[in-house]
Design a protein. Sequence first.
Length: 255
Amino acid sequence: MGGNEASTHEYISKLLGKATIDKRSSGETRGRQGSSSRNYDVIGRELMTPDEVRMMDRKKCRVIINGLLPVMDDKFVPFGHPMFDQTADGAGTPYVHGLPDAGKSVEPPFVLLSSEALRYYEKQKEQGEPVYIDSLSYEEFKLQGQADMDKRFMYLDEQEQKNRYNEEHAGELEYQTQEEAYEEEMTAERSMPEEQATQPEDSIQNRLFRMHFTKEQLNEVQRAMLVHVPKDVILSYFYPETSVAKMMEIRRQYE
């Protein structure tokens, strides 16, 4: 046992449970009308009371395994074991978990799915879960590197977001005729400069969607928006290569 804490002894006593014991009692009354009685009872008794747990021999131990009865046995002393020197407490070398190299994943690059597993993910996709399914030939798959696969999945994510947006706003577009839609599109193209017509709008949302930022950078941009840093100022430094310290320095100028 460990220390001399009473709650520990009570906990072990309750953990061991109880056992049934036979109780026998007898009585006798003497006098003119003397009588005697003898009673037999079955009662429950703790396997070990808290004070018995406290008084356990230091060389003994209680082994409690789920689903099995508790066992009392002698403690095993490992210091004399012939393989003790192989442990870190002996003459062995402590185990050090090696971290993977930067850019390398601990998990395998791909996992072959059975037809049943593929149907499961297809069902998840139908239910609106973030599952993206792409089709590649074997030759195309062999030519894909890790960076290419990341870009491809980002493209799939972008397409999925666009499809969801179109589905959510489909009801609003039902009442717009083809002539109105065409005229609106032509008006927008005429009013838009040529450079903007060929390039997507530069916004914080688009950069979040197309660029990779760390969690610290995203938190810092959220703080900047909370203190009402102008949007054009945020766009001037909101790039993956900008350090968090630089972002923080600019934000504090507006607090």
